[in-house]
Design a protein around this ligand. Structure first.
Ligand code: BGP
Length: 463
């Protein structure tokens, strides 16, 4: 029997751009623009236009989530829906009304809102005009947007996050070309990482002014991918150490400790790619740590020494220091191409407890994406997703070990409540406790929803 603390939050995570659909949205974010100009970049040519139709179905969807035992919902406000003019942060009345309705409906269904302000969805206009996150002007525009959210919804919403996975923005949009604008520019990516840290700290400073009080909290959501060295060889160990700095500490340290890791700063400086920062900005970062952390965990990062020499890669990329290692025998989620390694949950818990003041934190995403779930439907049309239940059990068992050792983890938000549109993979992998038939928009609880409900009611499960 695995048991969790009484006040542990059992929730689900999602995001505005992946669920709402673009109904009545005035502006395009980078994904909307990318889909409009290059639909073939998306699985089966499916874009975010309808997504899970949450814009129209939110009340019924939230009722279904409550049936699945979901007691907290982490979703995001779309900058491109709420704001009319990005320079002044003037409001779009339809966007204001929509998010007010959603928050009121969550509360009516006894689902606690956890609102995030940015989930990969930069307005494309701000990329075209300023290069997006490489610009400090965009940092200030984001803070204006954040301030509007705090003023509009801070009366009913206690829990906030500034960013979801800023490292994926750095990697996906600026470094490795996975997401629009598909850049492959190391030095720009370094500046983007710095600017997003700064934007988070500035938004946190505003939050505490606009929403004072001990019940109001704000954090950042980081995808922590613990880096494990392939062997004990010092070259592999050094590679894993740099991967940890670059992949995790780059955001974790400023967010919690108020400063960047000295070793990383030194390396970037020696390589001539260190960000442009002022003393005043660094003081803002130092003075505005997060109240808590959200941690998204899906897979570990196996690392070995790089097989390219630092001099051979010009212009600069962090890949001169490490390389991903395909460990023989690792257990894979084949559909998603990610290793399944539950033990990392306990390792993350220990790391936060030992090195980050045992700050309160949540698992803000964890889940299993599977393709073609129709094959697991029973005669009544219910997806028998025992694999998803097993995945959650294994990860929660490891998390419980970390909590028993004293880690301050406050909740688990499964990714996700209802199958949703997922960036360029669109609907290929389904993660929901609730199935969305994208042709009829019919939403049906899967077997895992019943299991999750029992878990959220009792705080325990048999493993
Ligand atoms: C996280 C994102 C989510 C979601 C999830 C699943 O990185 O925060 O938005 O997409 O991953 O990943 P994917 O949809 O790529 O399978």
């Amino acid at each position: 029997m695995v048991t969790f603390p009484k006040d542990f939050v059992w929730g689900a995570a999602t995001s505005g751009p992946q669920t709402e659909g673009n109904f009545h949205k005035q502006h395009q974010n980078v994904f909307d623009y990318w889909f409009a100009t290059e639909p073939e970049a998306f699985d089966a040519g499916v874009g975010p236009d309808t997504a899970s139709n949450f814009y129209n179905d939110y009340d019924a969807d939230l009722a279904k989530m409550a049936q699945a035992g979901i007691k907290g919902l982490r979703t995001s406000i779309q900058w491109t829906r709420l704001i009319d003019d990005f320079e002044t942060a003037s409001l779009n009345p339809d966007g204001v009304a929509f998010y007010n309705h959603v928050i009121d409906s969550m509360l009516a269904h006894h689902i606690k809102p956890y609102l995030n302000l940015h989930h990969f969805d930069l307005p494309v206009e701000l990329y075209d005009k300023y290069g997006g996150w490489e610009s400090k002007h965009v940092v200030d525009l984001f803070v204006k947007f954040a301030e509007q959210c705090f003023k509009l919804f801070g009366d009913r919403v206690d829990d906030w996050f500034t960013f979801n996975e800023p490292k994926v923005v750095v990697d996906g949009q600026y470094l490795y070309g996975w997401h629009y604008p598909c850049l492959k520019d190391g030095p720009k990516a370094v500046q983007v990482a710095y600017n997003m840290n700064l934007a988070s700290a500035k938004a946190i400073a505003s939050f505490h002014k606009i929403c004072p009080g001990s019940t109001k909290k704000i954090g950042i959501i980081l995808n922590l991918t613990p880096a494990y060295a392939a062997t004990d060889d010092p070259a592999d160990v050094a590679a894993a150490e740099f991967a940890e700095l670059w992949s995790n500490n780059l955001f974790l340290d400023p967010a919690v400790l108020g400063h960047f890791p000295a070793k990383l700063v030194k390396t970037l400086d020696q390589d001539g790619v260190l960000w442009d920062a002022t003393d005043e900005e660094l003081a803002i970062i130092a003075a505005n740590p997060v109240d808590y952390l959200g941690v998204n965990y899906y897979h570990p990062f196996r690392v070995e020494r790089p097989d390219i020499s630092p001099k051979s890669l010009q212009p600069w990329l962090p890949d001169i220091y490490f390389k991903e290692y395909a460990m023989p025998g690792r257990v894979m989620n084949v559909d998603r191409g990610w290793e399944i390694y539950p033990q990392a949950m306990a390792d993350i818990a220990d790391n936060i407890r030992e090195n980050y003041h045992n700050i309160p934190w949540f698992i803000s995403e964890n889940g299993m994406g599977v393709a073609g779930e129709e094959r697991f439907m029973d005669a009544d049309g219910v997806v028998q997703d025992d694999y998803r239940i097993d995945f959650m059990k294994e990860h929660l068992t490891a998390l419980a070990k970390g909590i028993d050792a004293g880690s301050n983890c406050k909740g688990y938000f499964v990714w996700t409540a209802i199958d949703c549109w997922s960036w360029n993979h669109a609907y290929h992998n389904r993660y929901g406790l609730i199935r969305d038939d994208i042709h009829t928009q019919e939403k049906t609880l899967k077997k895992s929803a019943g299991w999750f409900k029992a878990l959220s009611e009792t705080g325990t499960f048999e493993n």
